[in-house]
Design a protein. Sequence first.
Lengths: 259, 365
Amino acid sequence: MPDAEGRVTVALVDDEAPARSLLREYLAAHSDVVVVADCANGFEGVKALTELKPDLVFLDVQMPKLDGFEVLELIGPGPVVIFCTAYDEYALRAFEVHAVDYLLKPFGRERLAEALTRARARLGEARTGSTAVSPSPSRPGELAAAARPPGHWIERVVIKDGSRVQVIPVERIDYLEAQDDYVAIQSEGRTWLKTQPLAELARGLDPDRFVRIHRSYVLNLERLARLEPYAKDSRMAILENGKELPVSRAGYARLKELM
Amino acid sequence: MHPLTQSRLRLALYLLAWAVLGALIAVLLAITRGTPIVNALALMEPLALLYGLVCLSALWVCRSLPLDRTPPGKLLGGWIGAALQASAVWVGVGTPWAVLLGRAGVISARREELMGGAAAFFVLGIPLYLGSLVLHYLLLAFEASREAERRVLESQVTAREAELRALRAQLNPHFLFNSLNSINALVGVDPERARRMCESLGDFLRRTLALGARDSVSLSEELALVDRYFAIERVRFGDRLEVERDVEPAAERCLVPPLLLQPLVENAIKHGVADRIEGGTVRVAAQIADGALRLSVENAVDEDSAKRPGEGVGLQNVRRRLDALSARQTRLDTRRENGRFRVMLTLPVRLAAETGAAGPAARST
């Protein structure tokens, strides 16, 4: 939130140095703007946004390992966002995560000034308390999932582990387990916790590979070794690593459909 | 599917020919035996049409005994065997028909006449079937030549399509947008470099259009284009992009299809540099080995990145173009090991001088 003198703190997150230097040059003309972080990738971006809590972030979409949307998913509600990208196909998703503007590269000074004006207005509303700074969803993962184009399944799951960011490619996931408000992600003998309901995370996963075998479990089909009868109407899924998971009746029906 | 039954018109013409043949035999019968012509026609027309249908089976005989790949003895034996069988079927079905007509008083019911007729038809059936075999061989040859013609046309269309696609991929708008944004940034901080970048970009585009208009270019021209591309991307990625080159001088003189290397280099930069935080080295190599030109483009891959099944659009395009050029003489292999991804192309060695076009057309830059 802008301080008493109305200064706006800004973070730049873009993997291309020329793109960041252009933003710096343009922003230098605006005396109320202070650039507090200059980040060359998504990981640096998450760290800076979490620690420095700037008012505004200029965010590239296509970056190695952690894209702009994943950065937002990890930091949760926070800064006002202006996307900067050469690709116009993310505009709809940007709108759905309430970005204040979407700058298409290459852009000029006037276009940036316009975006800044919008950002200041959004920040001003926040200060007077009329709205939250960024009316982001209570759970950013929800929006990230909703804004994904149909037929496109997520390829990796991102998790914030304290100040560290963990990226897990979906093919390395063994299974997911619901735990209260968390999902426990089991991958290569380790457990990662992500604050997101199981159903929501499962919605983004390719349904031909990940099956909800039980109210609390989603299984990566490639890890399934065999099924064994357990009690009346229920079965056990035995994984390749020997782990046993319960399979409900509905879960068994879904499994049968795929096998 | 039988080519004669594919269209009603063809089948009608074919059966009409048999009906005419049947009528001729009926006339012959009327003259020699004194059978009334209407009665002779009543006997002959169904028999002729029936044999016409039996003779359609010649297609399968022709297919199983191709003229160019069957020893003469087997050919002759096969033909005669098939003709005997077909004629036997004809007489086998035709005799009861004649007996039936004889009982009805349409034709003579005398036993000797019926037997003699059956023998005569059996003898007649053999040359008729052989004639049908000839007709079917001709039909097959005709279809084969049309098929070959179609395939040539198809491969020409595929090749053109692949070239068009290559050209379109070359002028990838995001590459242009990002390059313009880099120039936009440089104008403020380093105008001299911005100018050089404009020059590189213009040069790259001009070369792309010039090379794309030709059927083949020397590898050195293709490499010069790739160098411009690297120079432009170097501005965007800075130290994250490293380039290594290992090209035999002899290989540089080889002719290659235009714009073949650049999509591979673009892929290598995308996966080996843009998708990696620390960037990486893109290595381009070319040499002549075992009488073939071997090109390779190599980049680092992220161990964490998903091993996507299949190939991306860029690789598919290159593969299609090589196939259209010559599926037998060219190869595209990919290998992923030790954290590196490598695409290897194998092409026939063609030197610029061999085509007689070593003049300005082939050498100009």
